[in-house]
Design a protein around this ligand. Structure first.
Ligand SMILES: [Fe+2]
Ligand SMILES: [Fe+2]
Length: 278
């Protein structure tokens, strides 16, 4: 019966993680072959832009949610999460500089997502969008890592993958709490709306980044299967694929009961880390 981390523990996690970063061998240069450059640079420019969001609207939703659930530290945890995302943007930006490519300011996929997110007020929808994108990011960065021999880029991908596994845990724990009080019908409806969102986003990521994904060993069928397998795991952790109950313990932790009996760990944890071996 796993316990959810409290917001205080998430703050500690993000602070510790900020000073335990992998050392990136910048002195080696970008070291991309012409073939690797063709495979990854355009795509990395778009992801770099996506990782640099100011997340102003997310913070508004976070403050409102934190006051409703009387958890002020959740705001700080979310701010540290956003800082970590911006650090990913900066790492990718520095790599683009090193390779002589520009940091772009606009991209159609990013514009669509920014527009959609700007209208969101609900913490639940925000968190759902984040978890969908980050699930696909796990597959994407794994592919980039496999598409290049550049030590700098591979180390950046390893660092991002390490961080993202925790980001996903941070998000699915909160969604599990939000979903916990719902009846069977409401949970089914939630699951199906998430499936539709995930279906569309997965197709969009494939359309925009298939060159990189293929170069990294993810032809369409493998990419599709890996993405859905990973998302299935998150749905179980969110309590959408099994009946769950959350309870408060004397320590003030939220515990989840009967939620994870069927929540098997996916065969391959990207980046070699899982939330359980933090
Ligand atoms: Fe990220
Ligand atoms: Fe993330």
């Amino acid at each position: 019966m796993p316990a959810f981390l409290t917001s205080h523990e998430w703050v500690q996690h993000y602070r510790t993680n900020a000073v335990n970063q992998l050392s990136i061998p910048w002195e080696e240069g970008a070291a991309l072959s012409p073939e690797e450059t063709r495979a990854v640079i355009d795509s990395l420019q778009a992801w770099q832009l996506g990782e640099t969001s100011e997340a102003t609207h997310l913070l508004v939703a976070t403050r409102r949610y934190a006051s409703v659930v009387a958890d002020p530290e959740f705001v700080e945890a979310m701010q540290l999460f956003i800082i970590e995302e911006q650090r990913h943007g900066e790492l990718l930006g520095r790599f683009l500089d090193l390779s002589g490519a520009s940091r772009i300011k606009r991209n159609w996929g990013d514009s669509v997502f920014r527009f959609l997110r700007s209208g969101l007020r609900s913490m639940e929808i925000w968190t759902t969008v984040v978890i969908v994108v980050e699930t696909l990011a796990l597959i994407y960065y794994q592919a980039v890592m496999q598409a290049t021999r550049s030590s700098v880029l591979r180390t950046i991908c390893r660092q991002i993958l390490r961080d993202e596994v925790h980001h996903l845990q941070f998000q699915y724990e909160h969604l599990a709490v939000m979903h916990a009080g719902r009846g069977m019908f409401a949970r089914r409806l939630t699951l199906w709306s998430q499936r539709i969102l995930f279906f569309g986003t997965t197709l969009a990521v494939w359309t925009a980044h298939h060159g990189t994904l293929r170069a990294g060993g993810y032809p369409f069928r493998r990419f599709w299967r890996a993405s859905w397998n990973r998302m299935e795991f998150h749905w179980r952790r969110m309590g959408l694929k099994s009946r769950i109950r959350t309870v408060q313990t004397k320590l003030g932790r939220t515990r989840i009961q009967r939620a994870t009996a069927s929540a098997k760990t996916p065969k391959q944890w990207h980046g070699g880390v899982s939330p359980s071996n933090r």
